[in-house]
Design a protein around this ligand. Structure first.
Ligand SMILES: [Zn+2]
Length: 419
């Protein structure tokens, strides 16, 4: 049966006593009624409801029915019935008290109304059309593209910022918001609708502002605040190219204000860190970044010098003991990745096997002239001491969890090579 939608008469109604027209509990009962079954849930059909079912890009309302939590609300387009999926449980006898999660609903009312204002302004000021809409939990996206009669070919950031300011001016003007229900599309299309209406059932048209010259007028089944002042704030966060359109992410109402207050605190902290006022923050960050870049370059040059000098010492040590089969060299301040660079400078010139050990981590870089093959030694022996790593015949890295394991690994290599 068709469910009476109480929110259409009073969008501020937060609770109501409603009669259950039917309750579907088993998978069989759901199947017979053509409703999807979900484990641990049952479906309640009501004679009237305060819950907005999912539709028109707006998520459904949540709350409780007879004390049971509502999980989702959907409408059956053919019959007009509204199905409320609630957690499985016992419903009380008699009329059921239906209570909205009001904060969620009011968020949606603020958001949807904010979206109308933004879409209406894009259309009237620049001839830019809303081609798609999605409402998430705390944000919305709208896909915009210039219409055929538009004088703009591209939606610039300047345009977006202009609309954002005009949208907030519409909030301050506290324009009335009304929903009008029409019996035929001809009657509905006589209003200055933003998009011509192409359906004949349940036509509702939302007007923002004066009915004769509205800021926006559009067919919409969603829920909206009764005056634009209740939105508080509208922000347009970002624009991304999407299938040849511009996808804008926007916020309106509580979530926009919450973000703005949070961002203000972040901004204050970052400004303090850079000893800057907000307008000069980016310039100060750029300067700090440039300084860091110079320091990184200096460090790179210094390291290159150190590695060249260490390579010289290593080659001299190799030359002094051409018959040595294994030697360990310790480097307190060089990291394992520095030692890999060092290994590159001396590989192919090492007699036997050299292990370069980092003082920064329990890692070793093996280097040889290819015999013994370094990678193979790591693969065969490192895992015996919970180590891992790898490399090629000329050099390989072995990584351990502790210095003790690394020492055991090096001992083993020495014994192995003595044979
Ligand atoms: Zn709407």
């Amino acid at each position: 049966m068709k469910t009476e939608r109480l929110y259409q008469k009073d969008v501020y109604l937060r609770e109501a006593l409603c009669e259950a027209a039917a309750v579907y509990r088993t998978p069989e009962e759901h199947a017979a009624a053509g409703i999807k079954f979900r484990e641990g849930a049952m479906t309640v059909e009501l004679d009237r409801t305060v819950f907005f079912p999912e539709g028109g890009g707006q998520p459904c309302d949540l709350g409780t029915i007879g004390g049971l939590r509502v999980l989702d609300v959907k409408e059956d387009k053919a019959s007009g019935a509204v199905y409320h999926r609630v957690e499985a449980g016992e419903l009380p006898e008699g009329p059921l008290l239906c209570v909205l999660d009001w904060q969620r609903r009011f968020d949606h009312m603020q958001m949807h109304c904010g979206e109308h204002i933004v879409s209406g302004l894009f259309r009237s000021v620049y001839g830019i059309e809303n081609r798609g809409f999605h409402m998430g939990d705390d944000y919305m996206t709208i896909d915009m593209a210039p219409g055929e009669d538009s004088e703009v070919s591209e939606i610039t950031d300047e345009i977006v910022r202009d609309i954002e300011m005009k949208a907030n001016e519409a909030v301050w003007a506290d324009l009335p918001v009304s929903t009008v229900y029409f019996d035929t599309r001809e009657e509905a299309n006589a209003s200055p609708v933003r998009k011509k209406i192409k359906f004949d059932e349940d036509i509702s048209v939302v007007f923002i502002g004066d009915r004769e010259a509205p800021l926006d007028c559009c067919a919409c089944c969603g829920t909206h605040v009764s005056g634009t002042g209740q939105i508080g704030l509208i922000t347009i966060l970002k624009g991304e190219n999407y299938k040849g359109m511009l996808r804008l992410t926007m916020k309106a109402g509580r979530h926009a204000v919450k973000d703005a207050l949070r961002d203000e605190q972040i901004m204050l902290r970052v400004c303090r860190r850079y000893s800057a006022e907000a307008p000069e923050l980016e310039a100060k960050m750029d300067a700090a970044e440039a300084k860091n870049g110079l320091m990184r370059k200096e460090l790179y040059d210094l390291k290159k010098d150190i590695l060249a000098s260490e390579a010289g010492k290593l080659l001299a040590a190799f030359a002094s003991e051409p018959d040595r089969r294994f030697a360990v060299y310790e480097y307190p301040i060089l990291s394992a990745s520095d030692l890999q660079d060092l290994a590159h400078l001396v590989e192919k010139k090492a007699p036997g096997l050299a292990a370069l050990v980092s003082g920064k981590s329990p890692d070793a870089v093996l280097v040889s002239s290819g015999d013994p093959a370094c990678g193979q030694l790591v693969r065969e022996y490192a895992s015996m001491y919970k180590g891992k790593g790898g490399g090629n015949a000329l050099q390989a890295r072995a990584i351990f969890g502790s210095r003790e394991d690394l020492a055991l690994f090096l001992d083993l290599l020495e014994k192995h090579l003595r044979r």
